[in-house]
Ligand binder design. Sequence first.
Ligand code: NAD
Ligand code: G6P
Ligand code: MN
Ligand code: MN
Length: 433
Amino acid sequence: ALKIVTIGGGSSYTPELIEGYIKRQAQLAIKEIWLVDIPEGEQKLNVVGAMAKRMVKAAGLDWEVHLTLDRRAALKDADFVSTQFRVGLLEARVKDERIPGSYGLLGQETNGAGGIFKALRTIPVILDIVKDMKELCPNAWLINFTNPSGIITEAIQHYGQWNKVIGLCNVPVMAMINEPALINKELKDLTYKFAGIDHFHWHRVWDNTGKEVTMDIINQIYADKNNGLPKNIFDISFFREQLEQMKMIPCGYHRYYYRQTEMLEHSLEEFKNNATRAQEVMRIEHELFTLYQDPHLDYKPKQLAERGGAHYSDAACEAIASIYADKKTHMVVSTLNKGAIPDLPSDHTVEVSAQIGATGAIPMTFGHFQPAERGWIQLMKNMELVITQAAVTGDYGTALQAFIINPLIPSGRHAKNLLDEMLVANKRYLPQF
Ligand code: NAD
Ligand code: G6P
Ligand code: MN
Ligand code: MN
């Protein structure tokens, strides 16, 4: 019988996770679900934890749902550990968005200076969790959602030396939910191949006769404007001529790079209006937790779809079920490259199509990129390596290198001043610096 632990259990996404387990009750012999949080999150944990218990009860299941602030007690003999925590809470995200904004730069949860600082705050905590897991549940699988998901997974594998990990994101899930209908197909009749890194991958698609349909999907995206974009990303179209040359579908986050000017303008508009995404998320979260407090609510409310990460917990449940029941499903995950993308080092983390079963993820070969995409992906992957190195060593020069190499932070005086200001603003969560 399974013991499943979720770190950051007070998250408003937790009902989606519980819904995912309930949906897969026949595949998962669950005995205990442990939701772990910290004192600052205790109130949220209690509200969403009570909601989780109601959902389990309404489904007629006898699973135990434990709420705790004691991470080590939760981890003891766990089979699966999923992570969805936010070091520094939403307050830290407000700073990640607003401090770069005050320099006229993009403020975003996983990109630019904000994404770098989210990694610097989170990596010490995740490596601590890995240390606990080595001692308390050495056979468990770690399913990571904590952002920046690809960079955190890289740190877990490279510095934590822990390979029983799957990194996840909802962006590929949303593409695969949305796109088949655009070309009047069903997902089961299509073959998807993704490759890149988290929030910076591309994909190609084939139909059941083996014919590539990538361009058909691209054409429909331009015709319908329905591109399966997560709620947190402002919708500006890619240049059609660029996609025709590329012959791949970029992920939603590529627009921060391919339409940098327009995305920055939009972001600064939000900054000026005190309407950054973190501020918006605070409003949505308040609405969600008001609903969760209703003692009669025992199902995931539709308002959760307002969050950018919708469907992400479902991916976590599917990964767990696929490993546990050796389902050999196709999922897009952050895992060791092992040659799947020959343009990137084989012993580092990439986000690719993989087969998920009892041994974890087996990445599918994607092959070489054309020069433009190769240039981007090598820059972005190496930037991730600089960030993880900075996070582990606490070296100022390495952090400065990360800022300078990041394409969304113009190098020079501003980059250094911004870094200095963000180091001070995040001091409490950066013990390594
Ligand atoms: P949130 O602000 O609700 O935080 C979740 C919980 O984490 C909170 O209850 C908080 O108290 C707790 N927490 C903070 N520090 C902790 C620690 N050291 N140990 C245990 N718990 C801790 O966040 P959210 O909006 O639900 O997002 C959670 C995480 O998931 C974030 O890192 C977010 O970026 C990430 N996320 C990832 C994806 C993806 O595609 N991979 C999608 C959505 C969200
Ligand atoms: C999705 C992403 C996450 C991202 C999140 C933000 O786009 O895949 O990685 O950070 O949504 O959602 P939020 O509702 O918190 O802005
Ligand atoms: Mn994501
Ligand atoms: Mn730069």
